[in-house]
Structures are given as structure tokens and as C-alpha cells.
Design a protein around this ligand. Structure first.
Ligand code: PM9
Length: 477
């Protein structure tokens, strides 16, 4: 293995957690009992868990040591001040409010920054982010560049905002009808695609001309910074921290789920510069989370996040992370498996439309593919397509995203390259028998964020492709 292309893990393993493989007959039963929803499988029944990179990180010895220094005072915990100083140093904002996780911050920001009826333009939606925006009367408006919707197109910075789309929206609706621009760095549902520094700067310039605020979703900002260093001219000699600092100089504030690039298992925060917004946020955080000096977090968790953020900025860490994900993508591409190109920061996304051309989108091909991948291999992944997109709040019709994907999400510092090989072999094997994957229909559809708890059953098989359940060859792993 090329050590530069795919660097070895920049850590030694001190604690291990055994995993086990359940039999293929059991897996068939388990996924059926889980309503073909991988969220509803017990973790104990999973062999390699690529459901999400959220809160599934392995913490370092320093983080665990830091947890012992947790100051669990109700107010004014020393860990809050440590976290505040790290966040101010990394991101440069005046104010920080801790929350129990990212959506806690989204809840507060949406309440204080959106007047019902205002538009909230963003570079593709994220499920919880859009949910909170809409719940507070906002109208989500997609301003990501067209390239992001083209799964096979391999061009850099597919997370970029299309400035013409933003300009047209401002001209058409008026700046006063735009709550703020929401820029996710990176864009999760586009495949973990980054935003270029040039684009962030241009968005800042345009919005400043109209007095519109910009809030970043900082959830995977370190991964975004790595792409800028690797691919944007002028940044090759800058440190990851310097790049992050410059990125956030183009925003008025941010929300962050610390469960991703904060390398912790729980936590998040909201930042801003504006005094009035901060006062309002402080008033609301006590309603939903807790005192402004802990939000929804224990002192020990704030300490772990403070240390995790510093570790995430280290080049060796983020280089290995990005390249490990890329390794899995390279293996799948070499075998002809259709994936979202280029491979993003946190996951490899299978293109379910091309993987399962025999299924129409209303048969939930990505949901079906994720379920079958578990059944044949014990690898757990997640649907990111029409089920995740949900229904239009006004018309009640399904949103129909162009991207219908299965996300193989890599937890940070948890799995090795050998695990990536096992996953690649499982997917490649399934791809060879793809026509045996059967479509699904809802038997229970929750009213909000339906992908988490929805249940499905297999639809009747088209006679020409009829295959009995259980006849699919299973991997020997
Ligand atoms: N992301 C993920 O698996 C966990 C929830 S959906 C299964 O990708 C972004 C870009 C996210 C995100 C969560 C949140 C919410 C905000 N923005 O999960 O509330 O990817 O900490 O963060 C998940 P919390």
C-alpha cells in the first residue's frame, strides 16, 4: 500500500471493543424485523457500522484524561471557559453557546434569526437544519451549484454556492425577505463536498452589499479546510487552523455538531458576533438546553470537545481521515461501482439510481440497497435519498432529490484500512447481483424526519426479475 497515498493510522490502539458477525440467516430476519430501516437494527447485530460519523468517534487518551477534569458545577464550569477559548481561537467569533448537539444550536438559531415567511437560502439542505428552519416559518431555498446534483461529475468544490442563484433570489424577493444565508462546510447530502475559500469570500461580499447575514454549518469544517489546503491555490503552506480561521471570518456566526469534526460522542454549539442575537440566544438556551455556561453538556463533555477540536486541526489526523475515506472510494470505483464523485470528506456515497436501475425512485432504491447490504454482509449504512428528503410542508408531496444515495460513513479513528477492504468486497459482491435487490413501500411513515424511524416492506416482485428472498449469495465474511 502506498504510504503517501494512503497513510497509516497516525495513532496506536490502546483500547479495543470486540465486534461480532451474526449469521446471514439472522441478518435476513433482523432487517425484516427492523422494517428494512438500518436505524432500527441493534448495534450488537452490526459487524462494521458505517451508519454515521456522528458521535461514533474514538476519543484520544488526552480527551479521556480531560474528562477526569470535568467541573460539574451548575454554573461557570472551568471547562466552559476552556471550550470557549478554544472555539474563539479556532473560529474567531465573539460569543459561543454550548448545546447538547448540532440540532440544539439549529433550534435556537432558527428561532432568533428567522421571521416567518422569510427565505433561508442554503447549499443543499440538511435534514435537521431544514426541519428547524421550516418549523420556524422559514422557506428553504437551494442555491448550491448545479454540479452538486450530478452524482458522477468529478469536479472540485461541488459544495459551492451558485452566486447567480443567490443574486436572483435577493433581487426577486428583496433582501429584507431573506433571514440569512446558510453555508454548510462541507455539504453532507451532496456527498461531503467542500466549499472553496474563493466562494465563501464571494458570498460574503454579495451578502454584505445587501446587509444579509451568513451563518455557517461548521459540522465538518476541518474536512472542508483540508480540501482547501489540498486543492485551492495559495493555501498549500497554510495550517489547517489558519484556513479554518479564514473560512469563518466570512461568516456572522455558525452552528456546529461537535459529534463530527469535534471528535466527541456528544455536544455542539452556536456562535455569533452580534450582541442582540447573543442576548436572545442566551435567553432561549435556558429554555431548551440549560445554563449558558453548559447548554446541554456536562463539564467533562465540554473538556473533551475543547481537546477534540484542537486535535482535529492537526494535519496528520485530517490527512489520514480524508485518505482513508478516499481509499474506500478508490476501491469501489476501480470495480465499476457507481459512487458520488469526487469522494467527499466523511463518507463514500453509493449512487443508488445507477446501482439499482431496475427500481424507480418511488420504490426507495437507496433504502432497499442499504437494507440488502446489511443482509448480505453485516455492514450498516444509511439511506440519503427520497426517504431522507421527506415531504413538502405545503403540498404534502414527496421531495424528489436528484441524488438517491447510500452513505458509507466512516467514524473517526475507529476502523482500519482492512475494515475498508471488507466493506469494499461486500459492496462489490452485491453490485454483481444488484438486480436481486427488491423495492420497498412504507408501512409506517413518521410525520417528521421520517428516515429515523420509518418502517417498510418489500414490494411484490416484478415477474421478469422475480427472485425469492434469501436466494442472494451472501459474502463469506
Ligand atoms: N448529521 C449524520 O449522520 C446525524 C443526524 S442524521 C442521521 O450525518 C450537519 C451537516 C449534519 C448534522 C448531523 C447536523 C445535526 C447538522 N448539520 O446530529 O444534531 O450532518 O448533532 O447535528 C448526522 P446533530
Amino acid at each position: 500500500m502506498d504510504l503517501f497515498k494512503y497513510p497509516a493510522e497516525p495513532f496506536r490502539i490502546k483500547v479495543v471493543e470486540p465486534v461480532k458477525m451474526v449469521s446471514c440467516n439472522d441478518r435476513e430476519r433482523i432487517i425484516k424485523e427492523a422494517g428494512y430501516n438500518t436505524f432500527l437494527i441493534s448495534s450488537e447485530d452490526v459487524y462494521i457500522d458505517l451508519l454515521t460519523d456522528s458521535g461514533t468517534n474514538a476519543m484520544s487518551d488526552s480527551q479521556w484524561a480531560g474528562m477526569m477534569k470535568g467541573d460539574e458545577a451548575y454554573a461557570g464550569s472551568r471547562n466552559f471557559f476552556h471550550l470557549e477559548s478554544v472555539i474563539q481561537d479556532c473560529f474567531g467569533f465573539k460569543y459561543m453557546i454550548p448545546t447538547h448537539q448540532g440540532r440544539g444550536a439549529e433550534n435556537i438559531l432558527s428561532q432568533i434569526a428567522i421571521t416567518p415567511g422569510q427565505y433561508v437560502p442554503g447549499n443543499m439542505y440538511f435534514t435537521t437544519t431544514r426541519y428547524h428552519q421550516e418549523r420556524n416559518g422559514g422557506i428553504f431555498y437551494d442555491i448550491i451549484c448545479d454540479e452538486a446534483h450530478d452524482a458522477g461529475l468529478n469536479v472540485p468544490f461541488k459544495g459551492n454556492i451558485d452566486l447567480d442563484k443567490l443574486r436572483n433570489l435577493i433581487n426577486e424577493k428583496g433582501a429584507e425577505n431573506i433571514a440569512y444565508v446558510c453555508v454548510a462546510v462541507t455539504v453532507n447530502l451532496a456527498g461531503g463536498q467542500p466549499v472553496s475559500m474563493e466562494n465563501m469570500r464571494a458570498v460574503r461580499e454579495l451578502t454584505q452589499q445587501h446587509g444579509i447575514k451568513v451563518f455557517f454549518d461548521a459540522t465538518r469544517c476541518v474536512e472542508n479546510a483540508y480540501y482547501i489546503k489540498e486543492q485551492e491555490p495559495g493555501f498549500e503552506h497554510k495550517s489547517i487552523k489558519e484556513i479554518v480561521r479564514e473560512m469563518f471570518s466570512y461568516a456572522d456566526g455558525c452552528t456546529m455538531s461537535g459529534k463530527k469534526d469535534g471528535i466527541v460522542n456528544i455536544g455542539g454549539f452556536l456562535c455569533m458576533n452580534d450582541d442582540d442575537l447573543f442576548t436572545q440566544a442566551k435567553e432561549l438556551v435556558v429554555v431548551y438546553e440549560g445554563m449558558p455556561s453548559y447548554g446541554g453538556m456536562a463539564g467533562r463533555d465540554m473538556e473533551a470537545l475543547a481537546i477534540g477540536l484542537e486535535e482535529a486541526m492537526q494535519y496528520e489526523y485530517i490527512e489520514h481521515r480524508i485518505k482513508q475515506v478516499r481509499y474506500l472510494g478508490d476501491r469501489l470505483r476501480e470495480a465499476g461501482v457507481p459512487i458520488i464523485e469526487p469522494v467527499g470528506g466523511h463518507a463514500v456515497f453509493l449512487d443508488a439510481k445507477r446501482f439499482c436501475p431496475h427500481l424507480s425512485q418511488d420504490q426507495f432504491p437507496a433504502q432497499a440497497l442499504a437494507a440488502k447490504l446489511y443482509a448480505v454482509s453485516g455492514v450498516r449504512s444509511m439511506e440519503r435519498g427520497i426517504v431522507s428528503a421527506g415531504r413538502d410542508k405545503v403540498t404534502g408531496k414527496n421531495h424528489v432529490p436528484k441524488l438517491e444515495t447510500v452513505r458509507l460513513t466512516i467514524p473517526r479513528r475507529v476502523y482500519t484500512y482492512r475494515h475498508m477492504d471488507v466493506v469494499a468486497d461486500a459492496v462489490i459482491n452485491l453490485f454483481k447481483q444488484k438486480e436481486n435487490i427488491r423495492g420497498l413501500k412504507f408501512v409506517y411513515e413518521p410525520r417528521q424526519l421520517r428516515f429515523f424511524t420509518a418502517r417498510f416492506e418489500e414490494v411484490n416482485v416484478n415477474k421478469s426479475t422475480a427472485v425469492k428472498s434469501g436466494t442472494l449469495a451472501h459474502n463469506s465474511i
